[in-house]
Design a protein around this ligand. Structure first.
Ligand code: MTE
Ligand code: HPA
Ligand code: MOS
Length: 753
């Protein structure tokens, strides 16, 4: 089947696609604005909303006292109030919700709320928190072999420290929800969430009513990137609380400033590593301690920490490994899921350790990377035996197809000839596990209706956020029924039609929902084939469906799809099916920290080259060449877009996006004037992404592998391509691993002595 183009393309370009703020709102709609903490830590001594409430047009100001159910929205641990009670833990923490007849009036009222906070000591750094025993939960360790013995047999041993900064999601559509009271105390919420069930569950808890009374509907998101996996819930809960109490529809949309200040980001990590290698450059032992800056509440931090541990050796087999993670409690907004879900933070430390060794002993990182790449049947530190390993395959393809030798030679000769400009090159292999690390979450459902005119409506738990999952779902259904994609509609994601869903995350949305959909479609196809066999008086094995026509023994019959469906109605054949899919094989035991958590892994290798302007500290990427393992891609254009987008986001994280809080816990990078994200010129004019030729993986839907997150980690190579150029200029450069590699840092590195 030919790959479909994204069904949303035209709507997006014409501005016709609907987001929360585009919805026609009901006549009586009220507007909500959040009053948040201006202090990062303290006791609320006094909160006075009386003046604000008297302003004309203000309907009501809600505090925690107005919550009929539980004031609790913690997903993994119950440690996060919806609205602060007596304590505030970060700047931007919601304290009250102002409801007014317009946003303008709500803003005016906000200035009239008075609050007195007795300040308490503030912690903003992860190691700082650890030194004061401020943790979210107990640390976790995953081990393999015996690192002590591994270091004893090592010829080279090096240690180092690493810092990776956070990252702002910067979804185009800010957080928001629209809540409407329905009859009998029911509530309908249209939310910009990756997790409709998370919202339904959170709202039920806050309102103290059953989940059945809450319907959550998601049209699509203007981007999520992990930022709406858990953190869409509070805004929906606030809108729902007001709608429930006032019996009026309530709209709550965060302004960009509020969104930047109030929501969590990618976790910054501070880490220590120790690495040991043999003379032959085999990594014999690797120890790493991760200090995750979790922010003021758990949110998804424990799950993210777990994935950091799983990806701590990136694409390398190491016989002796000890990885430990500490989730550290700080006075920042709770940090959260972000494309890669802790994996990138783990992989960066591994690459930093290799770069350090290479620098110290005078070899290239490439020599170390190459020798240690995973091979078929290698056992990871978490116990999974790797199969269909493409590490060496993608590495060798990249080196050969993109003529690494020539790239390297050209760079070497350029560097010999030039003083003010230096070039650097880096290779970045990736290996990313596909499945929610939390095994029970790996399930999905699909509801398929074939309407009596032969057209089809599909509901699943998948949320479209720009990643193109709806187009993939149509592809699956169109292929199963062999009908035109135009006859198929993907309905909104709605908790009333598909319940108990996992969030659209972990790059697994198409796999999980697509497999459920395939199952439902094939059940209906089977019924229709039986009917066709009866009608045509042939054996059912001889029946097949092609291009809206029934075939018998691969020959056209007179029975069309449309007539077949009409007959199905007359014969009272069920044209609706609901199917459930749960990933087989996977399991994990958190007590012994061993198992088989991933359905499969995605592999690939990137080669990045950079030029550094050694007067100014600025840099460009001359070329980025990638061999990526798509399996058998079902949507080539969409998947290419995912690789390009993730790559840009990874490069942004590594080189320019600099989250900054001051000592008082205030976000300094609170606008796009102070937070720089990559544009088309920041990446490279010469990007070449080639698919790795493989047989594909049965665990992936139609053998088309998950693609959403893995390519972000190619961006890690950008840091090292720049660092290698700095090394060419300054023989005194001391290796340091502190992201992002901004031009300021480059300049300091160039002239360090
Ligand atoms: N692509 C776009 N355009 N917008 C997004 O918000 N989110 C990323 C990735 N690609 C995202 C995206 C993240 S964090 C994940 S987990 C996956 O898409 C989720 O979708 P999938 O499971 O369908 O790959
Ligand atoms: N990835 C993304 N989201 C998740 C995961 C994961 O592995 N586990 C729980 N939520
Ligand atoms: Mo993606 S971080 O799993 O939403």
């Amino acid at each position: 089947m030919k790959s479909m183009t994204n069904i949303d393309s035209f709507g997006h370009v014409r501005g016709e696609s609907l987001f929360i703020d585009d919805l026609d709102i009901k006549r009586n709609t009220l507007f909500a604005l959040v009053f948040d903490s201006s202090k990062a830590h303290g006791k609320i001594k006094n909160l006075d909303i009386s003046k604000a409430e008297t302003i004309e047009g203000v309907i009501k100001i809600f505090t925690y006292k107005d919550i009929p159910g539980e004031n609790q929205i913690g997903g993994i641990l119950p440690d996060e109030p919806l609205l602060a009670e007596n304590l505030v833990d970060y700047i931007g923490q919601p304290i009250a919700i102002i409801i007014a007849i317009s946003e303008k009036i709500a803003k005016k009222a906000k200035a009239h709320i008075e609050i007195e906070i007795d300040e308490l000591p503030i912690i903003t750094g992860a190691k700082e928190a650890a030194s004061q025993n401020q943790f979210i939960n107990a640390p976790r360790t995953i081990k393999l072999g015996n690192t002590k013995k591994g270091f004893e047999t090592s010829d080279f041993i090096f240690e180092g420290e690493v810092f990776t900064n956070g990252q702002e999601h910067l979804y185009l559509e800010t957080q928001g929800a629209y809540a409407e009271p329905m009859e009998n105390g029911n509530i309908k919420i249209t939310s910009s969430t990756q997790g409709p069930t998370q919202v339904q569950k959170g709202v039920a808890k806050v309102l103290g009513i059953g989940m059945h009374k809450i319907e959550v509907d998601v049209i699509r998101l203007g981007g999520g990137f992990g930022g709406k996996e858990d953190q869409a819930t509070p805004w929906a809960a606030m809108a729902a609380l007001a709608a429930y109490r006032l019996r009026k529809p309530v709209k709550l949309i965060l302004s960009r400033h509020d969104d930047l200040r109030m929501t969590g980001k990618r976790h910054p990590y501070e880490s220590n590593f120790k690495i040991g290698l043999s003379k032959e450059l085999k990594i014999m032992a690797f120890e790493v301690e991760f200090f995750q800056n979790s922010g003021a509440a758990a949110d998804l931090s424990p799950a993210i920490a777990e994935r950091t541990l799983f990806h701590a050796t990136n694409s390398y087999f190491i016989p002796n490994v000890k990885t430990t993670v500490y989730s550290c409690k700080t006075n920042l907004p709770p940090n959260t899921a972000f494309r890669g879900f802790g994996g990138p933070q783990g992989m960066f430390v591994m690459e930093a350790a290799i770069a350090k060794v290479a620098h110290e002993i005078g070899v290239t990182s490439k020599e170390i990377q190459e020798i240690n790449l995973f091979q078929e049947k290698d056992k990871t530190h978490y116990g999974q035996i790797l199969t269909d390993v493409e590490s060496r395959n993608s590495w060798n393809s990249a080196i050969k197809e993109f003529n690494y030798k020539k790239l390297y030679k050209d760079i070497t000769s350029f560097n010999k000839k030039n003083k003010d400009f230096k070039k650097g090159i880096a290779l970045m292999p990736i290996c990313f596990g596909i499945s929610f690390t939390n095994t029970p979450m790996n399930n999905a459902r699909a509801l398929v209706h074939v309407y009596q005119d032969g057209s089809i409506g599909i509901s699943t738990g998948a949320v479209e956020m720009g990643q193109g999952v709806n187009t993939k779902l149509i592809t699956i259904a169109a292929q199963s029924f062999s009908i035109a994609p135009e006859k198929i509609k993907i309905e909104t994601t709605n908790t009333t039609r598909v319940a108990n869903t996992s969030p659209s995350a972990a790059s697994s949305t198409a796999d999980l929902n697509g497999k459920a959909l395939l199952k439902a479609c094939l059940t209906i196809v089977k019924r229709l084939k039986n009917l066709a066999a009866k009608e045509l008086k042939v054996n059912v094995q001889e029946i097949s469906l092609h291009d809206e026509l029934v075939y018998v023994k691969d020959k056209k019959s007179t029975l069309t799809w449309k007539v077949l469906i009409e007959k199905a109605m007359l014969e009272r054949v069920a044209l609706t099916e609901n199917a459930h899919y749960a990933t087989p094989i996977i399991h994990y035991n958190k007590t012994d920290e061993k198992g088989h958590p991933f359905a499969y892994h995605v592999f690939g290798t990137a080669i990045l080259t950079s030029t550094v302007d050694c007067i100014r500290g600025t840099y460009t990427f001359d070329s980025i060449k990638i061999v990526h393992d798509y399996g058998k891609s079902m949507s080539k254009g969409i998947d290419l877009g995912q690789v390009e987008g993730a790559l840009a986001q990874g490069i942004g994280w590594m080189t320019m996006e600099e989250i900054a809080y001051d000592k008082s816990g205030m976000l300094l990078s609170n606008a796009l004037s102070t937070y720089k994200i990559p544009d088309i010129f920041s990446i490279s004019e010469d990007i070449n992404i080639k698919p790795l030729d493989t047989k594909g993986n049965e665990m992936a839907i139609l053998k088309s592998k998950a693609v959403g997150e893995p390519p972000l980690m190619y961006g890690i190579g950008a840091y090292f391509a720049i660092q290698n150029a700095i090394k060419e200029f300054n023989p005194n450069y001391k290796m340091n691993f502190h992201t992002p590699m901004t031009p300021e840092k480059v300049l300091m590195g160039l002239y360090q002595n």
